[in-house]
Design a protein around this ligand. Structure first.
Ligand code: 2PG
Ligand code: MG
Length: 403
C-alpha cells in the first residue's frame, strides 16, 4: 500500500543563514525530502509562516499523527491540512509547516508512481498551458531593495534568456553574461557586493544607470520594482523623489521605449489596483502601436499565488502575467489551481524562488510540469539557486532521451 509511514520535520538553514524547515516523508520503500524558502519583500496577502520551531512542532505533533497511514495523495492531504489549520491564511499551523508537508507528499506520490517530478505534475492533469517547452530564464543579476545592502532604484534587474526551445544554451549564455557584467562593473570602478539572490549590488540613485549597463550586454531585460516597498502616503518615493501614479507610469513607458525592457513586476503597491490597470493598458496600447508583443506586467505581491486574487486581477485586467510562489499560498493544490486559472485566462506564468532559498529544486520541475512561460531563480553563483539550473539541465536530458 502506498501509505505514508513517516512524516518528520527538521530545522535547516536557508541561503541567508536563517532557519527554515525540511520535511522527510516515507512510504514503504521510498523516502523524500522537501524544504521551504522564505521571502523578504512579502505581499500583504501572503499566507503566514510561523517561527520555525513552532512550524516543526506543528508538523511533528499535530500534522504527522493525522497523516500516518493515509494515502500519499497530494490533493487529499492538502484538503486535510487546510481543514486541520482552519484559517484563511494558514496562520494556525503555519504556511511553512503546511507547504513542507504538501510538497513532500507530492514528491512521494511521484516516487511511488516512478515518474520524474515534472512528469508527475504534468500527469496530474490540473495545470493547462498552451506553451510546450522549457521556461525562459528570468535572472536577477543586479540586486537592490530589500535584497541588498547597497541601494539601487528598484529591487531586481534581470536578464531574460531563452525562447522555450532549450535550457542548456541559455544557462551557458547566463554564465558568459555574468562574467561580462562583472568586468564591466569593475571597469567602471564600482564598489560591488553580492545581493541575497547571488547578483551584484552597487550604490546608485540614477534610474537609468542599471538599464544602460545591462542593455549594452543583452537585448531582453526585466525588472521587479516591488512597488509596495516604496509606497508612502499615496505616492511612490523612488530614490528620494516623489512619483504620482501618472508620473511613475510615464517613467515605465519611457524605460520600455528606450531600453529592451520586456517585463515589469509589481510596478505599484499591492492595493493600488487602479494603477496596475492603468499601466497594463498603457503597455497593451504600446504593443499595438509598436507592433511588438505586450510588455509583461507581472503580479507578485499583488496576487500572492492566491486563486481569489488572480480572479480579481483577471477581471480587472490589472496584469497580463502572474508570478507563482508556492509558499505564498501554502499548498501544492492551491498553487496548481492558481496556475491553471492563470493559463485558462490567457495570462503567462513565471514560477519563482524566494530571496531566502534552500537546496530544494522543486520550482524547476514545477515550471516544466505546468509549461510555465518563465522561471525566476536567481544566479548560478549561489548553490541554492544553481540547484534549480542543474535540475533544469537534468530535465532537458530526460526530455531528450524520450524523443
Ligand atoms: C520577489 C521575491 C523573489 P522575496 O519579490 O519576487 O525574487 O523576493 O522572496 O524577498 O519576496
Ligand atoms: Mg517580486
Amino acid at each position: 500500500m502506498n501509505t505514508i509511514k513517516k512524516c518528520k520535520a527538521y530545522k535547516i538553514k536557508d541561503s541567508r543563514g536563517d532557519e527554515t524547515l525540511e520535511v522527510e516523508m516515507s512510504s514503504n520503500g521510498h523516502t523524500v525530502w522537501a524544504s521551504v524558502p522564505a521571502g523578504k519583500s512579502t505581499g500583504s496577502r501572503e499566507a503566514v509562516a510561523l517561527p520555525v520551531d513552532e512550524a516543526v512542532w506543528n508538523v511533528n505533533r499535530v500534522i504527522s499523527p493525522e497523516l500516518i497511514g493515509k494515502k500519499a495523495d497530494v490533493f487529499e492531504v492538502d484538503d486535510l491540512l487546510v481543514s486541520l489549520d482552519g484559517t484563511e491564511n494558514k496562520s494556525n499551523l503555519g504556511a511553512n509547516a503546511i507547504l513542507g508537508v504538501s510538497l513532500a507528499t507530492l514528491k512521494l506520490e511521484a516516487k511511488i508512481a516512478n515518474q520524474p517530478l515534472w512528469k508527475h505534475i504534468q500527469s496530474l492533469g490540473h495545470p493547462v498551458s498552451k506553451s510546450v517547452g522549457f521556461p525562459r530564464l528570468f535572472v536577477n543579476v543586479l540586486n537592490g531593495g530589500a535584497h541588498a545592502k547597497f541601494r539601487l532604484p528598484f529591487q531586481e534587474y534581470m536578464f531574460v534568456l531563452g525562447n522555450g526551445m532549450n535550457v542548456a544554451g541559455p544557462i551557458n549564455q547566463l554564465q558568459t553574461l555574468f562574467e561580462q557584467l562583472k568586468k564591466k562593473l569593475e571597469a567602471e570602478g564600482k564598489e560591488i557586493k553580492m545581493g541575497d539572490e547571488g547578483g551584484f549590488s552597487f550604490e546608485s540613485d540614477d534610474i537609468e544607470e542599471p538599464f544602460n549597463i545591462l542593455s549594452e550586454l543583452h537585448d531582453k531585460l526585466a525588472i521587479d520594482v516591488a512597488g509596495g516597498e516604496f509606497f508612502e502616503n499615496g505616492e511612490y518615493n523612488v530614490c528620494g523623489q516623489k512619483y504620482s501614479l501618472e508620473k511613475l507610469s510615464n517613467l515605465y513607458e519611457l524605460l520600455v521605449k528606450k531600453y529592451p525592457l520586456i517585463s515589469i513586476e509589481d510596478p505599484f503597491a499591492d492595493n493600488d489596483f487602479e494603477a496596475f490597470a492603468f499601466v497594463t493598458k498603457k503597455m497593451r496600447d504600446y504593443g499595438v502601436i509598436s507592433q511588438k508583443e505586450d510588455v509583461l506586467v507581472v503580479g507578485d505581491d499583488l496576487t500572492t499565488t492566491n486563486p481569489q486574487m488572480i480572479a480579481k486581477a483577471v477581471d480587472g485586467k490589472l496584469i497580463n502575467a502572474v508570478l507563482i510562489k508556492p509558499n505564498q499560498i501554502g499548498t501544492i493544490s492551491e498553487t496548481l489551481k492558481a496556475i491553471k486559472m492563470t493559463h485558462e485566462a490567457g495570462l503567462k506564468t513565471i514560477i519563482s524562488h524566494r530571496s531566502g532559498e534552500t537546496m530544494d529544486s522543486f520550482i524547476a520541475d514545477l515550471a516544466m510540469g505546468v509549461g510555465a512561460f518563465g522561471l525566476k531563480a536567481g544566479t548560478m553563483f549561489q548553490s541554492e539557486r544553481k540547484e534549480k539550473y542543474d535540475r533544469l539541465l537534468e530535465i532537458e536530458q530526460e526530455v531528450n532521451s524520450e524523443k
